[in-house]
Design a protein around this ligand. Structure first.
Ligand code: DAH
Length: 339
């Protein structure tokens, strides 16, 4: 038996030195330690060993067995390590490769123009106010000096839901709401959607306006002119000029229309401004005292000025766009262009 154990030990050392893969290792494990393996057979033979030899031989068997087990363990470790290294090698990520590029979105031209205008106004001390798009005839017309029979209603082809409810045709509707609620002096701006039954290259049934209203004790046309001049310079650049033309709105007296020097050709004349050097951008005026009184503000004490800017038009001037409809078609190519 002693001989047999020595032989097993020697054979094991040789065989484990030449293990090439996990399969061979598994086979070897079975060959030495399995149920009918070489060492197991020796162990079974212990029964027939005379008692006085049992301790010595028993110790020998355990020693050889521990040796084989250690060799199995070491080989297993070696293969596991090799496998891990291979895996790390194969799954390597090259962090120096260029990325596929993440597509960035952008604000819609009308949204960014609204943001710009609101920023400019907030910097000038205005507060932003909101109002409903579904409005009553009262606020949209009546309360801003445009009673039912007024011919100025013809200027705004309106979408009515019923006799007294309509889609607001102008953010001017919020002027009356504000005067009811806020005590003067105040400066408010109202950006928002407005609706009229009108559709061509320069009109859209839904469009955006920015309404401004200042009410204080001593405000005049000169203040309006100064305010608009500052705003337009901040919007289109320092060399921007503005021009007033007399006009008519029921809620202002006197009323004006305001042109800005063409931001594309700087007044020289181009396709966008039809060679006139100027573009019409907004309506404005000194608040009609009737509107103040009607909405509970004493017109003997307070004066006001107001303006209404077409936001979509302003955005078109900025991006040299001659068709308003392109703003609302959601053609991604167009939107990308005007980013
Ligand atoms: N509400 C007018 C429109 O939609 C624009 C306007 C003109 C607003 C004069 C004003 C203003 O506040 O004073 O055509």
């Amino acid at each position: 038996m002693e001989e047999e154990l020595k032989k097993i030990q020697q054979e094991a050392v040789e065989k484990f030195q030449n293990v090439l893969d996990k399969k061979m290792l598994a086979d070897l494990k079975v060959y030495f330690l399995g149920k009918s393996g070489r060492l197991t057979a020796v162990l079974k033979g212990m029964r027939d060993v005379p008692n006085q030899d049992k301790p010595r031989l028993g110790a020998m068997v355990n020693e050889v067995r521990a040796l084989v087990e250690k060799m199995v363990f070491d080989a297993e470790e070696k293969f596991a390590q090799k496998e891990l290294e291979e895996k790390l090698q194969n799954e390597k990520v090259d962090i120096s490769l260029p990325s596929k590029g993440v597509k960035k979105g952008a604000l819609h031209p009308v949204t960014s123009m609204t943001d710009r205008l609101v920023d400019i106004c907030v910097n000038l001390g205005f507060t932003v106010v909101d109002g409903p798009e579904i409005e009553s005839d009262y606020y949209n017309f009546e309360a801003v000096n445009t009673p039912k029979s007024h011919p100025a209603r013809d200027m705004q082809d309106s979408f009515y839901f019923s006799e007294n409810i309509l889609l607001r045709t102008q953010t001017t509707a919020v002027q009356a709401r504000a005067m009811e609620q806020i005590k003067p002096p105040f400066k408010i701006v109202v950006p928002g959607k407005t609706y009229r039954n009108d559709s061509d290259a320069t009109h859209s049934p839904m469009f955006n306006q920015l309404e401004g209203l200042v009410v204080d004790e001593n405000v005049s046309m000169a203040d309006l002119k100064n305010m608009l001049s500052i705003m337009m310079k901040r919007l289109f650049g320092e060399d921007t000029m503005i021009r007033f033309r007399p006009s008519y709105f029921p809620f202002t007296e006197p009323s004006i229309e305001v042109d800005v020097s063409c931001p594309q050709c700087h007044g020289k004349g181009c396709k966008l401004c039809k060679n006139t050097g100027y573009l019409e951008l907004l309506g404005a005026g000194v608040v009609n005292p009737k509107v103040l009184d009607y909405n509970g503000i004493d017109s003997k004490k307070y004066k006001g000025f107001a303006f209404g800017i077409g936001i979509d038009r302003a955005s078109m001037l900025f991006t040299n766009n001659t068709d308003m409809r392109s703003l609302f078609k959601n053609d991604v190519r167009f939107l990308k262009q005007s980013r």
